[in-house]
Ligand binder design. Structure first.
Ligand code: TIU
Length: 226
């Protein structure tokens, strides 16, 4: 468990970053069946969902590390109420009608809360007591209580993992950066349906002296915290 007030330095780009584990949270973004398994939302958008699998092992290693060291773990899920009252028309009315949000699929209604496809993948399932944030948008702060939870716990640094790099991870990092959080993104704990967007997404975060945050990886975090 954590020593009181102990700072560690994590190797990262554009430069090493110090963090206090007691003021740090791991945010696991949208590691849901809907994005990682065939027949879900990701596939209805025309993507090869197998491309996201490579992030699962590093995410599991990071979850184990956070749980061992007492770092707060928060999970998010993108999805909507069964009546779709929280889903913007402009978001729902995209793509072929049979493959839209709310349509029936092999894992239940696509991107709808409570359906099997909306659930987190078994490998990264939350432990009792780990907050799970249901978000209607791409960013984890928009229309959720994530900000309150982080504030009440005195969190200053976020380690942001999950899928996809350039969509929900990026949007969340941008939201967090504007709210004053230091964001560390372990690149191997994120993935995209577009490898080149993953690469560019990470480069955008760390460019210009770390305009949105810091980029590291699960092994560097293990070395700093383990
Ligand atoms: N489509 C895509 O790349 N991502 C999403 O729609 N949501 C998340 O990134 N979670």
């Amino acid at each position: 468990m954590l020593n009181m007030g102990s700072e560690v330095t994590v190797d990262a780009e554009p430069e090493p970053i110090a963090l206090d584990p007691q003021k740090t949270a791991v945010i696991m973004i949208d590691m849901q069946r809907d994005f990682l398994e065939p027949g879900g939302f990701g596939e209805t958008l025309g993507n090869d969902v197998s491309l996201l699998k490579k992030a699962v092992g590093p995410c599991k290693a990071l979850l184990d590390l956070a749980r061992r060291t007492g770092i707060l773990v928060i999970h998010t899920r993108e999805g909507h109420r069964p009546d779709l009252s929280d889903a913007p028309k402009a978001k729902v009315e995209r793509g072929a009608p049979s493959m839209r949000i709310g349509s029936p699929g092999p894992m239940g209604r696509i991107l709808v809360r409570g359906e099997p496809g909306h659930d987190l993948i078994p490998e990264l399932y939350p432990l009792p007591g780990e907050p799970v944030i249901d978000k209607p948008g791409k960013g984890a702060f928009y229309a959720t209580d994530l900000g309150s939870i982080l504030q009440h716990r005195g969190i200053e640094t976020l380690i942001v993992c999950g899928v996809t790099t350039e969509v929900c991870v990026h949007t969340t990092v941008r939201e967090a950066n504007d709210r004053g959080y230091k964001c560390i993104v372990p690149g191997d704990c994120c993935a995209s349906y577009f490898p080149e967007f993953h690469e560019m997404g990470l480069r955008m975060i760390k460019a210009q002296g770390g305009i949105f945050g810091w980029v590291s990886d699960s092994q560097k975090l293990q070395r700093a915290l383990g």
